[in-house]
Design a protein around this ligand. Sequence first.
Ligand SMILES: NC(=O)C1=CN([C@@H]2O[C@H](COP(=O)(O)OP(=O)(O)OC[C@H]3O[C@@H](n4cnc5c(N)ncnc54)[C@H](O)[C@@H]3O)[C@@H](O)[C@H]2O)C=CC1
Ligand SMILES: O=C(CO)COP(=O)(O)O
Length: 367
Amino acid sequence: MSTKKNVAIIGSGNWGSAIARIVGDNVKKLPSYHDIVKIWVYEETLKDGRKLSEVINEEHENVKYLPGYKFPSNVVAVTDIVEASKDADILVFVMPHQFLERSLLPLKGKLKPGAFGVSLIKGFHIPPGGGIRLISCLINEILDITVHVLMGANLAPEVAEGKFCETTIGVRDINHMKSMKDLFQTDNFRVVVVDDADAVEVCGALKNIVGVGAGFVDGLGYGDNTKAAVIRLGLMEMIKFTEVFYPGAKLSTFFESCGVADLVTTCYGGRNRRVAEAVVKHGKSIATLEKEMLDGQRLQGPETAAEVNYMLKEKQMEARFPLFTAIHRICEQELPPSEMIDCIKVHPEHLYEPSFLQDLEEGKLEV
Ligand SMILES: NC(=O)C1=CN([C@@H]2O[C@H](COP(=O)(O)OP(=O)(O)OC[C@H]3O[C@@H](n4cnc5c(N)ncnc54)[C@H](O)[C@@H]3O)[C@@H](O)[C@H]2O)C=CC1
Ligand SMILES: O=C(CO)COP(=O)(O)O
């Protein structure tokens, strides 16, 4: 029996397709891996009547979600998620978080013993009993496998183009560190591995809320100083949120690509920013503009803002996170975008003592 490992990619959107190009190329160079990488495609019929999976397998290109970039020919589209996953030793989960739970249910109990995963998915899950849960924990709960996370300043089209960037992998089992790095690192996609997976994942989810806020201020015509303030206050709320709900996280993780770098790139170049700006400029709803502007790609920021707000309300903590709260209320059309700045003018960070310094002094954050 072959001891070579199989990799499967679960999701084939904009980021799923870009990462499949990297993984597909990398496995060909790694003797301990099988060449074929199966990629699960949620089947759809394209405007010209063709099936997306068939086009991917014939033309080696995801013409809908990553047009203009070829997959290596060893990346094979599979429309049955069980068929795509059952032989995999490593599963790369990469789909909009709103579809994850129902997509994974058919896989329950069907994976290879010893398989493990890595999640590239940004967002949270609201379990039936209340609170919020990390996406990697949801995957772990459904599939009973270890799930690492990969998050970073990685706008998919730029990664596909091979423009230099960094990423962060948060590992939950150090024995998988080498395989994680081997699978993803290239000359232009540099991987830093850390052992602070919860914080890596929380950064990836929360920065999308701030990206929406950055879009609102762009739409309102504020300048770079205002956007920088939103980015800074967003970062402070990300740190505070992690400290409150995921104690033990390291402050240093916020200075990895998954933290400040992903926050900056999202606030300048992300889809969340772009659609939020258009919401202000055109007065249409987020849902309408998401459809009009993204052709099937999905925003994570507004849903993540709602998930976070659910948690903050439950814990009566909205006042401690005025930026996250204002962005959520604007997304829900409870507030006009013009009120965003008013909401953050009395931000707790403008009190005398920066709160994270207090936290550091109290030993709540580890450097
Ligand atoms: N696009 C980007 O630049 C980056 C995205 N991410 C994260 O990666 C995750 C995946 O994002 P993308 O690959 O960009 O997806 P995307 O935004 O391109 O979404 C489209 C994907 O959703 C699938 N889909 C539509 N309806 C579905 C359904 N009912 N069930 C299952 N799948 C369905 C489509 O088939 C397609 O594969 C998200 O959490 C995102 O935040 C992370 C880094 C960069
Ligand atoms: O997560 C991303 C970059 O790392 C992509 O952000 P957007 O979804 O806002 O494009």
